[in-house]
Design a protein around this ligand. Structure first.
Ligand code: PLP
Length: 361
């Protein structure tokens, strides 16, 4: 058997006619930049998430930049975040000259541990940036309470979690600004780069719309230092089609995760846990194994691809050496990085594949 990890080809085939005709509509109109499909997608995203404003942008990375620029994050400001995430979370903080301040994760959800946040707050702290890792929001309720108490902004890096919920609200509809990514392998992916920011605040929305087009107020008049951060019309047209099917895709992802959990009971693995207040969109189904290299090699031989998200926590990355963290500073993130392994995950993993994978584990 040869199993596909994200199965993007199948997903395209499934919606091929609709996607092709959406692409051709854009080609026919040649409205490549800020065409009507962009606004259409933003309205559809608002409806799906419940957020008052959805603003598309060039990637999940640029979404984080737009969020922090709109919140006036300045060099030297501190932002509290998790070291167990993709580099973009902390990289964008550093890119703006601000300082990522890491807090270890909860051992069950792998998201930032709210109980460890307050001890890291200083007069320079401006915001908290939790990540909804593998598709599951962090404990946003506790984090929002801390943010409100200390007058801090809350930015949710929801690159992996579009459509997930905490206490019944999507994580795009929580915090001051929430972001997402439409990178192809994300649960709601386009066919290139894309992303979005979400807010319920009219002024922040206005600011991010302007920052996305070089801080423009009207054509060739620039009020702020912004960026070229638009999402292409073609990519928006593709996401518009995929969003129509997304609820169904999410239900399938839930099913796949449930079947994995049932099939893998009793194995020497730590299986994923979802907080009772949260739902996950299962961007990844990640388990922990003690002898990961061996298991990965063994599975590869049997045609089962795996991936590691992520093998090295950010405080140990060379790029962040200047922050002067050391091995042992965030023991849970370090342990999980050594053991975590993601199994093939997409809405179309079939029962015999799950059985086969569980047999070989
Ligand atoms: C947690 C997290 N933040 C930010 C990003 C950046 O998104 P993009 O690749 O769309 O720039 C990613 C993408 O993998 C991510 O996983």
């Amino acid at each position: 058997m040869k199993i596909d990890f994200a199965n993007l080809k199948y997903q395209y085939k499934l919606y091929k006619d609709e996607i092709d005709s959406a692409i051709h509509a854009v080609l026919d109109k040649s409205n490549y930049i800020m065409g009507e499909e962009v606004k259409e997608l933003e309205e559809n995203l608002q409806e799906f998430t419940g957020a008052k404003h959805a603003i598309t942008c060039s990637s999940g990375t640029d979404a984080l930049l737009l969020a922090m620029m709109a919140l006036d994050i300045k060099p030297g400001d501190e932002i509290i975040t998790t070291p167990f995430t993709f580099i973009a979370t902390a990289e964008t903080i550093a890119f703006l000259g601000a300082v990522p301040v890491f807090v270890d994760i909860d051992e069950k959800t792998y998201n930032i541990d709210p109980a460890k946040i307050e001890e890291k707050i200083t007069p320079k702290t401006k915001a908290i940036m939790p990540v909804s890792l593998y598709g599951q929001p962090a404990d946003i309720e506790s984090i929002q309470t801390i943010a409100t108490k200390h007058n801090l902004k809350l930015i949710i890096d929801g690159a992996q979690s579009f459509g997930s919920t905490f206490n019944g609200k999507t994580d795009s509809n929580l915090g001051d600004i929430s972001t997402t990514s439409f990178f192809p392998a994300k649960p709601l992916g386009c066919f290139g780069d894309g992303g979005a920011v979400f807010t319920n605040d009219d002024a922040l929305a206005q600011m991010m719309k302007s920052l996305r087009v070089h801080g423009q107020s009207k054509r060739y008049h620039h009020k702020y230092i912004g960026m070229g951060g638009r999402m292409d019309t073609l990519q928006c047209a593709i996401v518009n089609v995929k969003l129509k099917h997304y609820k169904k895709d999410l239900a399938l992802r839930q099913e796949v995760a449930k079947k994995y959990t049932e099939a893998l009971q009793g194995k020497e693995l730590v299986l994923p846990t979802v907080d009772e207040k949260a739902t996950s969109v299962w961007a990844q189904y990640s388990v922990r194994v003690k002898n990961r290299d061996e298991v990965q090699a063994q599975l590869k031989e049997q045609g089962i691809p795996t991936a590691v998200h992520y093998p090295m926590p950010l405080h140990l990355q060379e790029a962040f050496e200047y922050l002067n963290y050391a091995k042992g500073d965030f023991p849970i993130s370090e342990r999980v990085s050594d053991e975590i392994m993601s199994l093939p995950m997409n809405p179309y993993v079939i029962d015999i594949e799950i059985e086969y994978i569980s047999e070989k584990m």
